[in-house]
Each structure stands twice: as structure tokens, then as C-alpha cells.
Ligand binder design. Structure first.
Ligand code: ADP
Ligand code: MG
Length: 578
């Protein structure tokens, strides 16, 4: 594959960099080493910013948030994130991130180095069957057959149809191999993903079903956030007077304080709705598969999704609107323009929902205002809510911390809440927060990033605090510390347990070391750390952290290790996100 006489030759590394540039990729994230370092250098040479990180999984989480948040400024779906990882262990560390991206439907390209082709099966350095391994985790897992076709695989797959991760395997010997530029194919930028609309007959059918509904409910999923459908969905809610319920990462597509938001009556809304308009949310575990007892047996589902295979999964829909959510809601709005429908705000359904909202909010308020020490989750979130800015980005992970935080902390803008997502992945928080803070630094320096972690969740990627301090990103991390996973032991109970033996035999597996001073990790790297036990200390620490717009901080909040969520009304509501 030597270059032809007189023709311009480029190396594999340059070709990859130029192909990415041709697709308008601005950033590459990764961890370099053999054999991919040259690719990062070539990317920088063509003007792509290279951001080095410490752990491949964090790189993947980082990339997604970067895109999600960046999408405030550019169209989200038009460009994938790009990651660069080394062979063998580097690739393997990245698999969790690839699975996370694919399961959450996030566009991602992972470029992985692999061993030289002439050493394959010989026990080469970090040799591993990467393409085969990548197949389970990606929409596409492939090794280009030649340098000339590399650009083909860097173009469309991650962003067309349902977005997902793609793995492109680059053997080490490809990196420095030369190719004649004139023989390279598919260099031009691919067109933005085509926007599809639903069949008109399906739109009319949906309208008819909604018009006859007595207890309608709109469920807004993160597909709606991806498709930037916030304006159209807001219009739909206002025009038709529909109650709506966001899924965790769709919070803010329509603001949580909109009068039609029935999040505080979630169970009642799901259980009694006779018609559900499902905007970009799968009927998976998060929505109890769309089945009884969470849903009515006879519920009519109007399903809107960009992925044909998703339509009719678990529940047979009454109408299927196959298309992009923004485009389909536009179609619905046009139809409603011709046949106006306003769902009456004095209906029995609204009355039932409002009563439930009031009683649930009362219960939370009661817990939030408890004065007993140690604090419970609701008290902590109450004070956080009082002090954080309305337009901050909220990153959250942990079991109770994430679930209770989701109900207690409102979102007012789309794409500003990030959490463990469909895959329930722990360890995403700091990567997400760093990414959001990097974008904010370039584009909206005033925006605050608040990362609210359970103590267990924080442990998965706590060392990224060094990355935060190295880049001087003014992230506020709040560790809601209950000394454990789900629940923990206080110092006295811990001591009692140890009388019977060592922690490996006597301490409940959910317990972590009581009163751990996680804030010292932050101060070790030059940020500010606070250890707080009372509402006053919490308020003071939050005020000081928010006032300082230059310095990263970590507030370690000790709560009652046995603090729990509110008692669920139904025995089948035991799973964390429900
Ligand atoms: P949630 O976690 O909010 O319930 P899911 O991740 O389960 O959401 O579902 C998101 C759905 O949105 C997926 O089925 C995906 O195919 C769909 N989707 C993604 N982007 C779009 C889009 N632009 N238009 C329509 N549907 C989309
Ligand atoms: Mg905990």
C-alpha cells in the first residue's frame, strides 16, 4: 500500500484525523499509549482538541455528557463523541462505557488500537479479540479491511436511526502505514440524520384516541430531550391541557414547575391513565414494562419512537407514530390546530391527580422539615433545593440519593439532569460533571455544575477529583453520606459489630466505613472540603461553595445511616427507580 509516484501520501493516523475533521468532529477524548498515540497527535495537528483522561470508563461517560450539554449550542444528533483507547486492557475498560452508550441510545465512536496484523494469534502485546468482543456492546464493531475505507466507518452509523456506540478497530501497523490520498473513499461529511415523520393515518388515529380519552397522560422520555422537542412538547401540553410525567433524564423538557406536571403523583398517573402518549421512552423496567399492576390492563398506548423495533415491544400499541419526536409532535400540533382539543382542567382525573400531588408533597415536606439529627435525605435535599441556582446542571448517582434527589430537586431546562440512566451505571457522576464543566468553561462560565453523589457511588470514580482540581473546574460535589450502600451503620453500631470478629465476617455487606472524610480527597488536591452534620452547617457550606466561582468543592453531608425513602404505597413498588 505504498503511495503512488507523485501522489500525496498520508499515514493511517493522519487519515483517521482528517476523516474525523471532515465529519466536523471538534473534540477527541481518550487515554493514549501504544499504538494510538500518533492518532491523538494527528488529531491535534488537524485542529481537533484532544482531552486526555485517567480511566477509559470515565472517558466514555465524559463524552456523552459533553455532547448532551454541548447540544445546547449545536444540534445534538448531528455529531457523535469520539474516544481513543489503547489495545487489550484499555479496550476492555472501555466496554462498560460502550454498553452504557448503546443501552442509553447515545452516539459514540470508539477508536481502539489493536495488535499488529502479522502478530495475530501469536500472543502479541495486549492482544485480544476486540472486534468480536465489541459486537455485544456496539451497533457496529468492525475492523476496516484497508486504510482506504476507514472514513466509511467514521461517518453515519452512530447517529443514523437510533443512536448508539460504534467500535472501530485499528491494528497497530495501520497507524503508520502510508496510503495514497486519492484512493481514499467517503471523505465528505455525511448528511445530518434524516428526519422522519409519522404516517398521516397514524397521526389521525392518535388524535382520535386522545380525543376519546377520559384519563390521558403524556410520558416524556429522554428521546424527547435528544430530539430537542421541548418547544413543541410544551405547546402540546399547553394547547391540550394534558398531564405529563417526565422520565428521570427527560426532566426539564417541560419545566418541573409547570402546572401540568404530575411527577408527584407518578404512581396514580401511571396506574389509572386510560391513554398514554409515550414520547421517546421505552417500556422497560423504568416504566414497569407497561404492564399491570403498574398500568391498567386496557391502557391504550400511543407510541412515538425513532426505532421501528421498539414499537410494540412489551405492549401492543393502539397507535404507532414512527418518527422523530420533534417532527411528530409538530404533526400532532398541526392536527390539533385543525381539530382543537382542550382536556378539561376540572375533570375527575385532574382532581384525582391534584389531590395525590398535594398529599405526596405534604409527606415529603413533613420529612424535609424534621429537626432531628442526624438529618434524613429529605432534609438534605430541601436545603440543597433552596440554595442551588435554577439553571444549574444536576448530575446525580447513588441509590436513594439519586431517587430521592430526582423527586426533590426540580429541573427547569431540558438536558440538564444526568444520572445513572437506563443501565443504572454507577461511577458516571464525576465524568459527567467534568464534561459539563469543561463545556461550561468554554461557553457559559457562569453555569454551575452540581454533582450529588451517594457515598458508595462517589467511591467508583472518586479519584477524578484530581482531574477536577488539575483543570480547576468549579464543580460542587455533594456526597450524601449514609456510611453504606442503601443503608449503613453508625460508628457505635460498627464498633459493636466488630466485637464479634473482623468486618469481613461481621459487618453487613452494605456497610462502608462510618464517618469517612471524603471531603479530604478534595482538600488534598487544593479544592475546598466541608464535613457537615447539621442543617446550619450544610447551608453554610453550600453558600460558601456557591459563592466561590473559581474553586472546586466537596461537601460531605452525614445523614442518618438508616434513613430511607418514603414508604411505598404498593408492595410491588420496590425497585429503586419506580
Ligand atoms: P427513558 O430512560 O427516558 O425512559 P429510553 O432511553 O428508555 O428513555 O428511551 C428513549 C427512546 O427514545 C428510545 O427508544 C430511542 O429509540 C428513542 N429516540 C431517541 N432519539 C429519538 C428521536 N430523535 N426521535 C424519536 N425517538 C427517539
Ligand atoms: Mg450511601
Amino acid at each position: 500500500m505504498a503511495s503512488g509516484s507523485g501522489a500525496e501520501a498520508v499515514s493511517g493516523a493522519q487519515l483517521i484525523a482528517e476523516s474525523l475533521k471532515a465529519q466536523n468532529i471538534e473534540y477527541m477524548f481518550g487515554i493514549v499509549g501504544i499504538p494510538v498515540t500518533e492518532i491523538a497527535v494527528a488529531a491535534q495537528a488537524v485542529g481537533i482538541k484532544y482531552v486526555g483522561m485517567r480511566n477509559e470508563q470515565a472517558v466514555m461517560f465524559f463524552v456523552f455528557t459533553f455532547l448532551f450539554f454541548l447540544s445546547h449550542f449545536v444540534l445534538f444528533s448531528s455529531r457523535p463523541g469520539v474516544c481513543l483507547v489503547v489495545s487489550g486492557p484499555g479496550f476492555l475498560h472501555a466496554l462498560g462505557g460502550m454498553a452504557n452508550a448503546t443501552i442509553n441510545c447515545w452516539p459514540l465512536i470508539v477508536i481502539g488500537g489493536s495488535s499488529d496484523r502479522n502478530q495475530e494469534t501469536m500472543g502479541a502485546f495486549q492482544e485480544f479479540p476486540q472486534v468480536e468482543a465489541g459486537r455485544l456492546y456496539n451497533k457496529l464493531s468492525v475492523r476496516p479491511s484497508s486504510l482506504e475505507v476507514i472514513p466509511f466507518f467514521l461517518r453515519r452509523t452512530s447517529i443514523y436511526g437510533r443512536p448508539g456506540a460504534c467500535y472501530i478497530d485499528i491494528p497497530g501497523d495501520f497507524v503508520n502505514l502510508q496510503v495514497n490520498k486519492s484512493s481514499v473513499k467517503y471523505m465528505e461529511c455525511c448528511l445530518p440524520p434524516p428526519v422522519s415523520t409519522a404516517e398521516q393515518s397514524a397521526v389521525s388515529k392518535a388524535l382520535c384516541i386522545i380525543a376519546h380519552s377520559k384519563q390521558p397522560l403524556l410520558i416524556i422520555g429522554k428521546g424527547a430531550a435528544y430530539s430537542h422537542a421541548e418547544n413543541n412538547i410544551r405547546k402540546l401540553v399547553d394547547l391540550c391541557g394534558l398531564p405529563f410525567l417526565p422520565t428521570p433524564m427527560a426532566k426539564g423538557v417541560v419545566p418541573d414547575d409547570h402546572p401540568n406536571c404530575v411527577a408527584a403523583a407518578r404512581s396514580t398517573a401511571l396506574q389509572h391513565a386510560d391513554v398514554i402518549i409515550l414520547l421517546g421512552a421505552r417500556l422497560n423496567w423504568i416504566l414497569h414494562f407497561g404492564l399491570p399492576p403498574r398500568f391498567r390492563q386496557d391502557v391504550k398506548v400511543i407510541q412515538i419512537d425513532i426505532c421501528a423495533e421498539e414499537l410494540g415491544n412489551n405492549v401492543r400499541p393502539a397507535a404507532t407514530l414512527f418518527g422523530d419526536i420533534n417532527a411528530v409532535t409538530q404533526q400532532l400540533l398541526e392536527e390539533f390546530g385543525k381539530r382543537p382539543l382542550k382536556y378539561p382542567s376540572n375533570s375527575e382525573w385532574w382532581k384525582q391527580l391534584r389531590e395525590k400531588i398535594v398529599s405526596n408533597e405534604e409527606r415529603s415536606k413533613g420529612l424535609a422539615l424534621q429537626k432531628t439529627l442526624p438529618m434524613n435525605y429529605y432534609t438534605v435535599f430541601h436545603h440543597i433545593r433552596e440554595l442551588i441556582p435554577k439553571d444549574c446542571i444536576i448530575v446525580s448517582e447513588g441509590a436513594n440519593t439519586m431517587d430521592i434527589g430526582r423527586t426533590m430537586l426540580p429541573n427547569y431546562y431540558p438536558r440538564q439532569r444526568l444520572d445513572a440512566g437506563t443501565f443504572g451505571t454507577m461511577g458516571v457522576g464525576l465524568g459527567f460533571a467534568i464534561a459539563a464543566a469543561m463545556v461550561a468553561k468554554d461557553r457559559t462560565p457562569e453555569k454551575r455544575i452540581i454533582c450529588i453523589e451517594g457515598d458508595s457511588a462517589f467511591g467508583f470514580s472518586g479519584m477524578e477529583v484530581e482531574t477536577i482540581c488539575r483543570h480547576n473546574l468549579p464543580i460542587l460535589i455533594i456526597v450524601v453520606n449514609n456510611n453504606g450502600i442503601y443503608t449503613g451503620l453508625d460508628a457505635d453500631a460498627w464498633k459493636e459489630m466488630l466485637k464479634f470478629g473482623d468486618p469481613a465476617t461481621c459487618v453487613p455487606p452494605v456497610s462502608l466505613l462510618p464517618n469517612s472524610h471524603y471531603e479530604k480527597i478534595m482538600s488534598a488536591f487544593g479544592g475546598k472540603g466541608y464535613f457537615v452534620k447539621t442543617p446550619e452547617e450544610l447551608q453554610n457550606a453550600l453558600r460558601a461553595s456557591l459563592a466561590d466561582k473559581q474553586t472546586p468543592s466537596l461537601v460531605n453531608v452525614m445523614i442518618d445511616p438508616q434513613s430511607e425513602r418514603k414508604k411505598q404505597e404498593f408492595h410491588w413498588l420496590t425497585r429503586s427507580n419506580l
